[in-house]
Design a binder for this molecule. Structure first.
Ligand SMILES: [Fe+2]
Length: 199
């Protein structure tokens, strides 16, 4: 079913899977089964996404990515997503950009923001990347780069547009480790949408 999917949507879809699993793993309403499935999905994405992007007919990589997708789907269906999805969906609706691309761009910033709350979970997250990279957020950025995704977005926005994005994202931010406030979201939106000038 997926072997003819071109590299770009493959990469974006894979980063969406990674975001589902990560948001579910750090959610304040996660549970042991969801945590286990999420970590398993994260391991698979780091092992196989780049392979699936580079060779669409690599059936093993495609199969493992489908397993990761369903694992993360089952996991978040019984717990919750969080503010990465809230902000990605707000920006995706406003600027018609791919969901997975935006998740990939927002995820590292949100993870850094939550560093104090998720400290006990960081070791398992970074181990699941299998990359030896000490910070999970950096490993996510490296994976995106290896899959051909440029996270340095250049989306024009004014202050009114920014406030509308914050308002939409605040209304439906799911269940992160804690709720982000408007200031935090504003800061992250600025960094991500203006990523080309804020590397
Ligand atoms: Fe998603």
């Amino acid at each position: 079913m997926t072997v003819t999917l071109p590299p770009e949507p493959t990469a974006h879809g894979g980063m969406d899977v990674l975001t589902h699993a990560t948001e579910c793993y750090i959610s304040r309403c996660t549970h042991p089964l969801a945590e286990t499935l999420s970590l398993c999905a994260i391991r698979l994405v780091f092992q196989y996404l780049q392979r699936a992007v580079r060779a669409g007919d690599d059936l093993k990589a495609r199969g493992r990515m489908l397993e990761a997708s369903i694992m993360s789907g089952i996991a978040f269906a019984s717990s919750s997503l969080g503010p990465v999805h809230a902000m990605a969906e707000a920006a995706g609706g406003a600027y018609d950009l791919p969901h997975g691309l935006l998740n990939a761009a927002f995820l590292p910033h949100v993870i850094r923001r939550y560093a104090p709350e998720i400290r006990p979970k960081m070791e398992a997250l970074t181990q699941a990347t299998g990359t030896g990279t000490p910070a999970f957020s950096t490993a996510v950025e490296d994976l995106a780069l290896r899959c051909g995704i440029d996270l340095r977005l250049d989306v024009p926005f004014d202050e009114d547009a920014l406030e509308r994005l914050v308002e939409v994202a605040l209304r439906d931010q799911g269940m992160g480790p804690r709720d982000l406030d408007a200031d935090e979201m504003r800061t992250i939106f600025r960094r991500v949408l203006d990523g080309a000038r804020n590397p």
